[in-house]
Design a protein around this ligand. Structure first.
Ligand code: F0G
Length: 359
């Protein structure tokens, strides 16, 4: 058969494993089905025999993994008759909420920390017509306000405390298992609220419990050093990091995350901003893959643990790249050392610029 059925999003694909009915109106933008890219050059640079794959979640419709959860959360909100959704966000959730609300024809309200979200994400919330409320406080303050206001206004919360979000997000683990035909040995993720690491673990467990595979990965969560409550063993009141997406000091899935660590025999660790930016740049320069800073935290941590042998040679490692690099153009430009060459629009000048810069 020369044609395959059109891909229509993860709810259609995994309908049997998600809490929807045959007649549920699905709100989808074709999310999921993202590439699992095997790194060619970075393992060689590390001098280690490891298989590293990156799950490029930045290629979801709004440029982050949030779309997996948002298709479920908005589908259920609409099914239950909700006319408006609300979230607090470091940027990506607000972009996804705004887009899926538009698709559904309902309203969206997004609370974002004043001046601390990447430009691309703000652009998305605005163009999709969300009501953008910038608060003079951080994500954690916004999250508390969202919980409080939802008790008094007719709005459905679509942060990851909404259980349908995690149901949608678990499908990333399904896709990885299907492609590798087994679970990886290690799965590394950046951690903020810890919803995504929890959702992945749910997915891996489900496939193992249902006999689709007989192994599961050790789950490894990396936080930014200035924003690492799991490493401090307690919430952090004033988190700071260049990786604004994970600038979170009071993770909402605190208990779930520790359970994931225990059940999967995994670990948490932290990466400095320098390590995060170095990994973002290395991935872009050596593999052609552009992710946002927070996303590079998974690779930064994995590189360190591969170098030290904590992740041993012979392992199959998956790093989730949670968001696209275009989300945060300011950071990308500011950390690029290669100059832009401005020359006369003549053959001679362009030729000179090429010859002078040949490697
Ligand atoms: N990476 C990116 C790019 C994110 O946007 C987030 C969370 C995470 C990682 C962490 O995921 O919270 O499930 O542990 N962003 C949220 C937002 C908080 O509002 O967009 P987590």
């Amino acid at each position: 058969m020369p044609f395959r059925p059109r891909y229509t999003g993860l709810i259609d694909k995994y309908r049997d494993r998600l809490p929807v009915h045959d007649d549920t109106r699905i709100i989808s933008l074709g999310e999921g089905n993202t590439p699992l890219i095997r790194l060619n050059n970075i393992p060689r640079l590390l001098g280690k025999e490891v298989d590293i794959y990156v799950k490029y979640e930045g290629l979801n419709p709004t440029g982050s993994f949030k779309d997996r959860g948002m298709t479920m959360a908005v589908t259920k909100a609409v099914d239950e008759g909700s006319r408006a959704i609300i979230c607090a966000s470091t940027g990506n959730t607000s972009a996804a909420a705004a887009a899926y609300a538009s698709r559904a024809g309902i309203a969206s309200f997004v609370l974002i920390p004043d001046g601390k979200i990447a430009l691309g994400k703000l652009a998305q919330a605005m163009i999709h017509g969300a009501v953008v409320i910038q608060i003079k406080g951080n994500f954690d303050a916004g999250m508390q306000l969202v919980k409080d206001v939802a008790l008094e206004a007719p709005v459905t919360i679509v942060n990851s405390i909404n259980p349908f979000r995690l149901q949608g997000q678990k499908t990333a683990a399904f896709e990885i298992v299907e492609e590798l035909e087994c679970a990886p040995d290690f799965h590394c993720l950046p951690v903020g609220n810890a919803g995504n690491i929890t959702a992945h673990w749910m997915g891996y467990r489900e496939y193992q419990d249902h006999g689709i595979v007989n192994n599961h990965p050790r789950m490894v969560g990396y936080q930014a050093a200035g924003s690492a409550p799991f490493m401090r063993g307690q919430p952090v009141d004033n988190p700071e990091t260049v990786a604004t997406a994970i600038r979170i000091g009071h993770p909402q899935s605190w208990d779930k995350a520790w359970k994931v660590r225990e059940e999967s025999n995994g670990w948490f660790d932290e990466c400095t901003d320098q390590e995060i930016l170095a990994a973002q740049k290395l991935l872009a320069l050596k593999e052609g893959v552009f992710c946002e800073p927070a996303s590079a935290t998974s690779l930064a941590g994995a590189i360190r643990d591969i170098k030290s042998g904590k992740i041993p040679e012979g392992s199959k490692v998956v790093c989730t790249l949670t968001g696209h690099g275009l989300k945060d153009p300011d950071i990308a430009i500011s950390q690029s050392t290669a100059p832009v060459h401005t020359v006369e629009a003549t053959l001679e000048s362009v030729k000179r610029a090429i010859l002078e810069n040949m490697a």
